[in-house]
Design a protein around this ligand. Structure first.
Ligand SMILES: Cc1cc2nc3c(=O)[nH]c(=O)nc-3n(C[C@H](O)[C@H](O)[C@H](O)COP(=O)(O)OP(=O)(O)OC[C@H]3O[C@@H](n4cnc5c(N)ncnc54)[C@H](O)[C@@H]3O)c2cc1C
Length: 474
């Protein structure tokens, strides 16, 4: 095969990229292409933060490719129109891409196979975004796993694949034809999505830097510190895993190195012993939810357990607005939501707290929260977001059901004991002492002077209402 188009999608990197490596191994000329699809700027889940991260990451990819003497060809439009035309223009025999797992993306790829083949071009997809995909880890009965622990056991029992080599500089003997390229919008505002959040930098180098920083220290204490939002204890790699600015094999190789180094030096504290193992588990959760999405695509439309589609959720729009804007009167919930609105990021512990609060205290449909998250998050990912929301609402794969209800006060006291995180995002509460920061209503005088709102619901009253709602459909 002489010329192959590598179509970059959720794999915006030149290292550890399976389809790109295959293209360079099998073709003399590889033409790197990115298609800015119309769908990126339409649809209910589009968010400025994710779009901005995408634009930054494509720009970083363009620069990385240029350093290798390769030009990234950008085309705006629909892939089903752009790709056959581009194959003909470039004299390419095939398009290579890495596989996507969302139901809509899989449907589109199936159509593309037919379309490109009919026009005389090949279309090959490769496993890249995950270590093990949906058909590789099944129960002994050949069924998909619906419980995480046995799934993760089966996942870990397999040998890990090493990272793929970085793309090489272009060969002088096989120059790539020069093709016209479109320019991307300079800002998300041009697309009708003004960016109001301060988001982390995109691109492959930013991802490598985060990985290096995390493996050089925080991974050791991860088992403990990952629960505390005021501590910089997690990798912050989720936007990169979503955009594909880092390969999962690269992360695993670095994790193994960190584990080996740890074997020769004593652990700094008892809590740090399992840091690498717990981190690995989180990466497996990501793959678990991707395979749930593949095998049970109905989760995008409703509860994993359909009986919970009958829950009579509240439709109180004022409560929903207060939750979105961080005005519920519960400091840990409000601080988390304000952080999300300002940065497009939210710590995992906080995601669980605010999701529980929306569903179990405000009794609002989890899909309202799911959608709001998708619009705000830099890392908004259909599988992980849906899995996280259904887990929190108690409608998902998890056997621990709806009666797991977080108390927002005790969660705050446990995971933000000194109120450091709360004070960062709710300056109105600065004057409250540590022992009252999570229940400011205990000091009505100070609260009335603070401009911080009263609670919109009382947790102790909502809890039994929530249990009754779920019991009614059991
Ligand atoms: C309600 C809710 C919504 C969520 N929405 C998303 C989402 O849209 N996108 C997203 O990537 N994650 C989502 N998560 C999972 C998790 O909160 C984030 O992955 C994590 O906070 C990202 O921070 P980090 O990269 O520092 O994670 P780390 O703790 O460093 O974990 C490493 C990686 O493992 C993966 N991971 C960690 N926890 C989970 C998890 N529970 N489920 C799936 N993958 C996980 C992520 O890719 C993450 O980058 C959601 C969780 C909940 C409870």
């Amino acid at each position: 095969m002489k010329t192959v188009i590598h179509w970059f999608r959720r794999d915006l990197r030149v290292s550890d990229n399976v389809a790109l490596s295959e293209a360079s191994r099998r073709a003399e000329r590889v033409i790197p292409v990115f298609i800015f699809e119309d769908a990126f700027r339409t649809g209910p889940d589009v968010g400025a933060a994710r779009l901005a991260f995408l634009l930054q990451s494509v720009e970083a990819l363009r620069k990385n490719l240029a350093e290798l003497g390769r030009a990234l060809i950008i085309r705006c439009g629909k892939s089903e129109e752009v790709l056959p035309r581009l194959c003909a223009e470039a004299g390419a025999q095939a398009v290579f891409a890495n596989k996507r797992y969302e139901p809509y993306a899989q449907r589109r790829d199936e159509q593309l196979v037919g379309l490109l083949n009919a026009a005389g071009f090949g279309f090959e997809l490769f496993k890249d975004a995950v270590v093990w995909e949906e058909s590789e880890i099944l129960t002994q009965a050949g069924k998909p796993y619906t419980v995480f622990t046995p799934y993760s056991r089966a996942w870990k029992a397999r040998p890990l694949p090493p990272p793929k080599e970085k793309l090489k500089a272009v060969s002088q003997t096989s120059p790539v034809p020069s093709l016209p390229s479109d320019t991307l919008p300079a800002t998300t505002e041009e697309m009708g999505y003004p960016l109001t959040q301060t988001i982390p930098p995109g691109g492959e180098r930013a991802a490598q830097e985060l990985l290096r920083r995390f493996m050089a220290g925080p991974v050791d204490a991860y088992a403990e510190s990952r629960n505390f939002p005021a501590v910089d204890g997690t990798s912050r790699l989720s936007p990169h895993l979503r955009a594909g600015t880092i390969g999962v094999r690269t992360i695993l190789a670095e994790l193994n190195l960190a584990r080996d180094k740890k074997a020769v030096r004593p652990p700094p504290s008892a809590g740090s012993v399992n840091g690498a193992d717990i981190f690995l588990n989180e990466l497996i959760w990501r793959e678990f939810y991707l395979q749930v999405l593949h095998h049970f695509p109905h989760v995008t439309r409703g509860a994993f357990r359909p009986e919970y589609d009958r829950v009579a959720w509240s439709e109180n729009q004022e409560h929903f607005q207060a939750w979105c804007e961080g005005r519920t009167g519960y400091p840990i919930v409000d601080a988390a939501m304000r952080c999300l609105n300002a940065t497009g990021m939210m710590h995992n512990r906080l995601r669980m707290i605010v999701a529980m609060f929306l569903t179990k205290d405000l009794l609002l449909h989890w899909q309202w929260g799911e959608r709001y998250f998708m619009r705000q998050l830099v890392d908004g990912d259909m599988a992980a977001n849906n899995g996280g929301w259904q887990w929190s609402a108690g409608t998902g794969t998890d056997a621990a059901p709806y009666f797991r209800i977080f108390n927002p006060v005790t969660q705050g006291e446990k995971f933000d004991a000194e109120g450091k995180f709360v004070r960062q995002w709710i300056p109105e509460l600065a004057a409250f002492p540590d022992d009252m920061i999570h229940q400011p209503w205990e000091n009505p005088l100070l609260l009335s002077r603070s401009h911080y709102p009263q609670r919109i619901v009382l947790h102790e009253e909502q809890r039994p209402k929530c249990l009754a709602l779920f019991k009614a459909v059991k």
